[in-house]
Write a protein that binds this ligand. Structure first.
Ligand SMILES: Nc1nc2c(c(=O)[nH]1)N[C@H]1C(S)=C(S)[C@@H](COP(=O)(O)O)O[C@H]1N2
Ligand SMILES: [Mo]
Length: 426
């Protein structure tokens, strides 16, 4: 009997909640919508449970996945489904994955070594257990490929940039655990005159990249864990370089060598692939920090709004320069901007979630967000980006130019029928 009474009370509360529901959501009778629980079956199952998997898997009703950028191409990327995530942490299986053509190496951590050499007094070869004995830190930071947001020509094709996953899925955010470079390098005795750190990976192509020593020592880490468990093979198992806020390319996966020197490597990634080369002499290379950036994840490309009414617009903002200071929203095609609300925690060089209550009147419009970092740097619109680089409207949209570090505000068009589509290149 008590059970029945409780159930009735619960339903009463449920009805009260239904009363609070936002306009447009029908409040159905809770009694008629709640499924009947099969108590007898449940008890039988509890007494005789099937073996749960020892390493957990998600519900079979959850189906979101990474999406390939260029299926079948050796240089490809799997993009994070930002529109399906909540909060600021990317689950490890959904962290984006960039391939430069090498297969993911299978590394036995017991055989893995990290060599630290070059302009140091005491070069060392460290095992994974040597590294894990050192004092470690855990920090939440985003990682982002500088080629994302339409950096590469194929990413600007309309058919490849319909969703938030396709436009901005080359960024993820995780809690990384490992040893600060400052701790590691103190032990080897960096020599006077050393000014660069070159990291190298263990895959067959031996990806490498340079970073000014001072910048690396400031916040850089060698990390072996992501969101509480070992880094996954695609993310650099068993060890990767993590340079908070710095373009993805320099965050070396499968890290096997740190070379201390007085000059950068000038390898293909630094002077060709992740570089804007212009024939008018205004080129750009050796970029570090990712700029203030953001994307609305709801409503975003390919989603469908059921009708006019109140919506909680939400999305992610981040900046390699430090903290997100403000996020602003425009719901009128970048004519006016209003502050969105930042959701705690707001962390340095981490994804920051924002919210913006918006009453859609049902008329066609364009919505977009812009990130302003703690220093006042404002994420530009596409038109402002073109002005900044003194290029015409065709430069980004219609040519084959490579343009890493493209971070223009992402406009989403809401049609009168509620259909959401990408308005960047219209
Ligand atoms: N060893 C190695 N490290 C690498 C790369 C690589 O090809 N090999 N790619 C870089 C690039 S371009 C990016 S954007 C990031 C991607 O990291 P993720 O695949 O873990 O997301 O790793 C960087 N580190
Ligand atoms: Mo990248």
């Amino acid at each position: 009997m008590a059970c029945k009474k409780e159930r009735r009370q619960f339903l009463k509360r449920g009805a009260a909640l239904a009363g609070l529901a936002i306009a447009g959501v029908k409040s159905a009778s809770a009694e008629s919508t709640l499924p009947t629980l099969q108590f007898e079956t449940d008890i039988a199952a509890a007494l005789n449970p099937p073996n749960p998997p020892l390493y957990g898997v998600r519900s079979r009703f959850e189906t979101t996945t990474r999406a390939p950028a260029e299926p079948g191409k050796p240089f490809h990327a799997n993009r994070t489904p930002l529109q399906d995530l909540t909060g600021i942490i990317t689950p490890n299986p959904l962290h984006f994955y960039i391939s430069h053509g090498s297969p993911v190496p299978e590394i036995n951590p017991q055989e893995h070594r990290l060599l630290i050499h070059g302009m140091v007094d005491r070069p060392v070869v460290l095992t994974m257990s040597d590294i894990k004995r050192l004092p470690f830190v855990s920090r939440i930071h985003f990682l982002q490929c500088a080629g994302q947001n339409y950096g590469m020509p194929y990413q600007r094709k309309p058919e490849a940039t319909k969703t938030a996953q396709e436009t901005h899925g080359h960024t993820s955010c995780a809690e990384w655990t490992g040893v600060p470079l400052a701790t590691l390098l103190k032990d080897v005795g960096v020599q006077k005159g050393a000014s660069w750190l070159v990291g190298e990976g263990a895959e067959w192509k031996k990806h490498a990249a340079s970073i000014p020593l001072e910048k690396a020592m400031d916040e850089g880490m060698v990390v072996y864990a992501q969101n509480g468990e070992a880094i996954r093979p695609e993310q650099g198992y068993p060890l990767r370089l993590l340079l908070p806020g710095v373009e993805g390319m320099r965050n070396i996966r499968w890290l096997r060598r740190l070379y201390i020197t007085d000059r950068p490597t000038m390898n293909e990634w630094e002077i060709r692939t992740y570089v804007m080369l212009r024939m008018d002499g205004k080129s750009r290379w050796y970029a570090w920090d990712m700029e203030p950036n953001s994307v609305i994840t709801f409503p975003s490309g390919e989603q469908q709004l059921p009708g006019p009414g109140l919506y909680n617009v939400t999305g992610l903002a981040w900046t390699g320069t430090g903290l997100v200071g403000r996020v602003q929203m425009s719901t009128d095609g970048a004519r006016s901007w209003n502050d969105a609300k930042l959701q705690e925690p707001v962390l340095r060089k981490a994804h920051t979630r924002f919210h913006f209550p918006w009453k859609w009147d049902g008329k066609e419009t364009v919505i977009q967000s812009r990130c302003i970092d703690e220093w006042g740097n404002v994420q530009p619109t596409r038109a402002e980006t073109e002005k900044m680089w003194n290029v015409g409207p065709d430069y980004f949209g219609k040519t084959d130019n490579v343009f890493p570090h493209f971070y223009a505000s992402q406009p989403w068009r809401i049609s009168a029928s509620g259909k959401v589509s990408n308005a960047m290149w219209e």
